[in-house]
Write a protein that binds this ligand. Structure first.
Ligand code: NAG
Length: 144
């Protein structure tokens, strides 16, 4: 990650931040990353898991403008293999609510190729390891 000819100053900054916990700012999307040289399988894995309590209605999920939605009942997951070229959108409907965001945004995910989303009653959570979660999105009632 520490070799690029594009923006040496930015890179020095990134390398400095690399040692500490680099908090991603969703509004700063101008950073661009390059995959690690040793990563030779350029496949994106995106996972969605409905972690709501069992009595909840299904979540209807539309990945990247696909016409057919996927119904996720509580406790069910759905995953997708995709290319790493460009952003992948997702729209979810649940109980009269909607959430719309980028399930994958190359400028936000660094060299991570596995992206996990956890769907809860209070919003949608993001993870790179399916274990430590950060809330990224709240539901909005009746609109996206
Ligand atoms: C993520 O973790 C949950 C709970 O441990 C597990 O059920 C699920 O299979 C995991 N998802 C993936 C894609 O590994």
């Amino acid at each position: 990650m520490c070799r690029s000819i594009h923006a040496p100053l930015l890179l020095v900054l990134m390398c400095l931040m690399n040692g500490s916990n680099f908090a991603y700012d969703p509004f700063e999307s101008s950073l661009s990353f390059e995959p690690e040289p040793h990563v030779d399988i350029n496949v994106l894995f995106v996972s969605f898991y409905n972690g709501m309590a069992p009595n909840n209605p299904n979540v209807n999920l539309f990945y990247n403008n696909q016409k057919d939605g996927v119904y996720l009942s509580p406790g069910k997951g759905f995953s997708k293999l995709d290319n790493l070229n460009g952003r992948k959108s997702v729209v979810m409907y649940w109980n009269g609510n909607c959430a719309s965001f980028f399930a994958y945004d190359p400028s936000a995910e660094g060299n991570h190729q596995k992206i996990y989303w956890l769907i809860k009653e209070d919003g949608i959570y993001h993870s790179w390891d399916n274990s430590s979660w950060q809330k990224r999105k709240s539901w909005t009632f009746n609109r996206c």
